[in-house]
Design a protein around this ligand. Structure first.
Ligand SMILES: [Mg+2]
Length: 137
């Protein structure tokens, strides 16, 4: 199992590589509009909406499973976490999630707002076990 110190070291190394990569490529920052343009470019709009929703939901679940598998292998099998590969899986999750929101007409800004509002109501003083156990929704 990866110790906290090892995990921090891996995180810092991944950040260093990311920063190094960012200076080599033009991937420093990508806003949501740019990202949506990129992911929609690779979406198959030849299939109908029901098929897309089904494909996106299944794909999202599958990609979350791939992240879960990385974590499982690190925690239970002693594998090193490969932050580059894990980052690619997070990207796959984002591709499915953002395409799904787009096809459903869900605005990511509103999603973030609703999420933060819910969390502020649920945990007004930040997370606590008591607030978690006594939450209303
Ligand atoms: Mg994947």
């Amino acid at each position: 199992m990866t110790t906290l110190r090892e995990a921090v070291a891996l995180f810092l190394e991944a950040k260093r590589l990311q920063q190094q990569n960012n200076t080599q490529k033009e991937t420093k920052k990508m806003d949501e509009k740019q990202y949506m343009g990129e992911i929609k470019r690779t979406m198959n709009y030849e299939i109908d909406l029901d098929q897309r929703l089904s494909m996106l939901a299944l794909g999202l679940a599958g990609e979350v499973g791939e992240i879960v598998d990385h974590i499982k292998k690190a925690v239970y099998h002693g594998h090193e976490i490969d932050h580059v590969e894990l980052g690619k899986e997070f990207g796959d999750v984002m591709w499915y999630l953002y395409n799904l929101m787009d096809d459903l007409g869900v605005d990511p800004d509103i999603v973030r707002f609703l999420n933060v509002e819910k969390l502020r109501r649920r945990y007004p003083e930040g997370f606590s076990e008591e607030a978690s156990q006594n939450r209303e929704e």
